[in-house]
Design a binder for this molecule. Structure first.
Ligand SMILES: C[S@@+](CC[C@H](N)C(=O)[O-])C[C@H]1O[C@@H](n2cnc3c(N)ncnc32)[C@H](O)[C@@H]1O
Length: 316
């Protein structure tokens, strides 16, 4: 549990809360999507700002998160629709509800505080638990499966790419030598042994745990599937807000937004346009928005958050 600015105890403090509400401009009777509803912090604000008739579809893969969101949003009754599904199925979920388009979409990526704090979910090297890391507990492949079955070179690639860990090869070698590894603390110990003690304030296992989580849940791949669906689902003037916590995620979002906000995507050296591409969106902010010092002090998780916002064009 964490404490919000108003003193309220919450399982997860929503990052950049006011900025998100301001960016999405929720209004009655608009339709909104929170693609990663989590404990429902942002969703609560969207529903409040779109009172009395705004509706929100909240998606999450994690049944525990959905249960918390259900409690948090209960006061809004049928205005909140919560569905256990991946945001990669956004178009299908909107079709099921008969929502042709929506006025705002939020996706707040990464892991929630309650997932990190629940030892049995295996997300944190600070808590002894099974090596799990699945957002969807029904998914077959867990972190233990990756750690105990992948070839050394594949493990090293994952740790290097998603963790930006320079000692990836050493860590992968140590993992192979210590298999089977079944718990978070066993893995953290193997990593510490491979790279030596603490690196400043950062625990040596931080990057590898992040990399494994991203691989288990295919986080970059699912984001890539989601973005075009989100843009296509927006009504003219509707806004999409993406909060990323990893440089690769943010780069993917930035590049996608750049392409979709350009009327031409021909190579720069080409003098005559042949691509026939048209902009569908415009950038609401040219640069990523970050939490201010006060928020970072209150909520350390906000330190690496990068928010990008786009708006659907009228004629897109
Ligand atoms: C950072 S939390 C969101 C917190 C939320 N904004 C709040 O205010 O409480 C991210 C959530 O995304 C969920 N998630 C991860 N991958 C998902 C996916 N592919 N589809 C739907 N939800 C997903 C996680 O289970 C987690 O609850």
């Amino acid at each position: 549990m964490t404490t919000a600015r108003n003193g309220e105890r919450q399982p997860h403090l929503p990052v950049l809360y006011q900025t998100i509400i301001h960016a999405l401009q929720p209004a009655s009777p608009g339709k909104y999507v929170d693609a990663t509803v989590g404990a429902g912090g942002h969703a609560w604000g969207i529903l409040q700002a779109s009172s009395p008739d705004g509706k929100l579809l909240g998606l999450d893969l994690d049944p525990q998160a959905l249960a918390l969101a259900g409690e948090r949003l209960a006061e809004y009754g049928p205005r909140a629709v919560l569905v256990r599904a991946s945001y990669t199925t956004l178009t299908d979920q909107l079709d099921k509800l008969g929502w042709k388009s929506v006025n705002g979409i939020l996706i707040d990526l990464g892991v929630s505080s309650m997932q990190l704090d629940t030892a049995e979910r295996g997300f944190s090297f600070l808590r002894e638990g099974p090596l799990d890391m699945r957002f969807d507990p029904g998914q077959s492949r867990s972190a233990a499966d990756l750690v105990n079955t992948l070839p050394e070179s594949d493990l090293a690639d994952i740790i290097f790419r998603y963790g930006e860990e320079t000692a990836s090869r050493r860590i992968a070698r140590a993992i192979i030598a210590s298999r089977p590894i079944n718990t978070t603390s066993e893995l953290a110990e193997v990593i510490s042994g491979a790279v030596g003690g603490k690196r400043g304030k950062v625990h040596p296992a931080t990057r590898t745990f992040q990399a494994l989580r991203m691989a288990v849940n295919e986080e970059l791949q699912t984001l890539e599937v989601f973005l075009p669906q989100a843009v296509a689902s927006l009504a003219p003037g509707g806004r999409l807000a993406v909060i990323a916590f990893h440089s690769l995620e943010d780069r993917l979002v930035k590049q996608y937004f750049k392409k979709e906000s350009s009327d031409c995507i021909c190579p720069p050296e080409q003098l005559v346009c042949t691509c026939n591409h048209h902009a569908h969106i415009k950038l609401v902010s040219r640069h990523a928005i970050m939490a201010d010092n006060e928020e970072v002090k209150r909520n350390s998780r906000s330190r690496s958050a990068k928010l990008r916002i786009v708006e659907k064009l009228e004629l897109a």
